[in-house]
Design a protein around this ligand. Structure first.
Ligand SMILES: [Zn+2]
Length: 505
């Protein structure tokens, strides 16, 4: 279990006198002193703040144990080594489950050396990694299933899942956000740990970056990317207690403690979609929200967020010429779906098509607020083409929902095609009404700053220099693999073509 770095020297209250003095203080004062010990300490990374390590104070007395364990267990990071230790700690006293708010299961997979860094994973490695993953998941579920809302409170826990190998950052990739000491994982860290921009600038400019890669030669194929992305992990049958293999899916424990689930694109490796659906269907039975960032071509490609009243969907678009028609056809499709969502308050569909000076961005929004339905069309290029049809379709949704007439706005983007291209589309995120729901706050920061090498405030200077050498070609950049895109686009194209044929467009 990870805890933060120790920064305080507290004299142990070992003598009887000191103990008596402490006990003589009013309870409120004692609590104030303990809180003071836990205050963040300046001088952390990038001159930011960091929490002192207080775990060891829990052994002083029962009062201190309750106070400091509540602090220590609030945010936990577990890896394959500590997940069993965590299980033992909870078995000794499961009241500790009540303290946990954020839990990150960080599955560390097997290491690899050169030249394997330039080759896809072999079958044996895949099996090993699946076994590490399966053991971690099963152990954690076994621990968390002890949670009882009557004793531990109904709040539950937000679970983050990630998988990576320590070698992923030691060969051709040096991304600091995948390293152990990266300090930004939750929105609260953005205030506490110093400037995320300064941190990335400092760590990007490190010329050594701990690279162990032996060959200075560029990779011959895209296999180095396949290696770092690995193979989607799935639950492997394991030896049961009686020596027989047990089916993992059937033996997954229900864990209603998990209320939120986050899988971010910070780590490239994915969990196999079948395993994910088993976990959600059988284990995370009380999930209230799920944020899932897919890492096609190492960028979030399609994203989905929804709850009962709001739905946000990012779609992929093929070419500038076809993008508007594709986008409009999806708006119509969505209207059909919306007819069966009577509680829908906000629907936001958006898409970006990057093609240098022909880049496009589109946002379509349906909003039902204060009894008034309204649609908004935002685009960087032409106005809505299928305007009449879209208004008619969404007019039906409005009519069904409120018996009132649909209002509509057309608001062009001010962002130029070049800016959309250069920012990889991130410049329009600020126009999304559901932005805060769709994006993990750390992911959003990284996405917005990466295209500018974390020099967004110098963007105007950069743009005056014309097209700077394309950083997409460096191995450090996430955007170098486009090999998966054609398959994605073909799938999307099939969907749109089928729709157009069906509706005789
Ligand atoms: Zn290597």
């Amino acid at each position: 279990m990870d805890v933060e770095s120790d920064a305080f020297e507290v004299e142990s209250p070992s003598t009887a006198t000191k103990t008596r003095l402490w006990a003589s203080l009013p309870a409120e004062v004692r609590q104030m002193i303990l809180k003071f010990v836990c205050l963040p300490d300046s001088g952390g990374q990038c001159n930011g703040m960091s929490y002192p390590t207080v775990a060891q104070y829990a052994s002083v007395c029962l009062e201190w144990q309750i106070f400091f364990e509540a602090r220590t267990f609030r945010r936990l990071v577990l890896n394959p080594e500590s997940v069993e230790e965590f299980d033992a700690v909870v078995r000794r006293d499961d009241v500790r489950l009540a303290y946990i708010q954020k839990l990150w299961l960080r599955v560390e997979l097997s290491e690899y050396e050169c030249p394997k860094c330039d080759e896809p994973e072999d079958v044996a490695t895949q099996r090993d990694n699946n076994m590490i993953f399966s053991t971690c998941i099963q152990t954690l579920l076994g621990t968390l299933k002890r949670w009882d809302p009557a004793r531990h409170g109904a709040q539950g826990v937000e679970l983050m899942l990630s998988a990576s190998s320590p070698s992923d950052t030691k060969h051709r990739f040096t991304r600091c956000e995948m390293k152990d000491d990266y300090p930004f994982h939750y929105a609260e860290d953005l205030d506490l740990a110093g400037s995320i921009i300064d941190y990335h600038r400092t760590n990007m400019s490190d010329p050594v970056s701990g690279l162990l890669h032996l060959s200075g030669l560029p990779p011959l194929s895209g296999d180095h990317i396949n290696r770092v992305q690995g193979t989607p992990l799935y639950l492997q049958p394991q030896n049961g207690e009686k020596g027989r293999f047990t089916n993992q899916a059937k033996s997954l424990a229900a864990v209603p403690m998990v209320k939120g689930l986050v899988i971010r694109r910070q780590f490239f490796r994915e969990i196999h979609i079948r395993t994910l659906s088993w976990l959600i269907g059988r284990s995370f039975v009380a999930l209230e929200w799920f944020r899932f960032e897919r890492t096609i071509s190492l960028e979030p490609h399609s994203q989905l967020y929804f709850d009962r009243e709001r739905l946000s969907l990012r779609c992929s678009l093929s070419t500038p010429e076809r993008s508007r028609r594709e986008f409009e056809s999806l708006i119509i499709l969505a209207a059909e779906a919306a007819l069966s969502l009577p509680k829908l308050e906000i629907f936001e569909l958006w898409g970006i098509c990057r093609a240098k000076k022909e880049s496009r961005a589109y946002v379509f929004r349906y909003c039902y607020e204060d009894g008034r339905p309204r649609i908004t069309w935002r685009s960087s290029a032409e106005a809505m083409g299928a305007q009449r049809r879209i208004i008619a379709q969404w007019g039906e949704v409005a009519e069904k929902q409120s018996h009132s007439t649909l209002a509509y706005d057309v608001v062009p983007f001010e962002e130029t095609a070049e800016k959309i291209f250069k920012s990889r589309g991130t410049c329009i995120y600020r126009h999304l009404l559901l932005k805060d729901l769709v994006f993990d706050p750390i992911t959003q920061k990284i996405l917005e700053n990466e295209p500018y090498d974390w020099r967004l405030d110098e963007e105007s200077d950069a743009s005056q220099q014309g097209d700077t050498p394309n950083s997409n070609l460096t191995p450090n950049s996430a955007n170098s693999d486009l090999s998966l895109l054609p398959a994605e686009l073909a799938a999307f194209d099939n969907e749109v073509t089928a729709f157009l044929q069906h509706h005789q467009w």
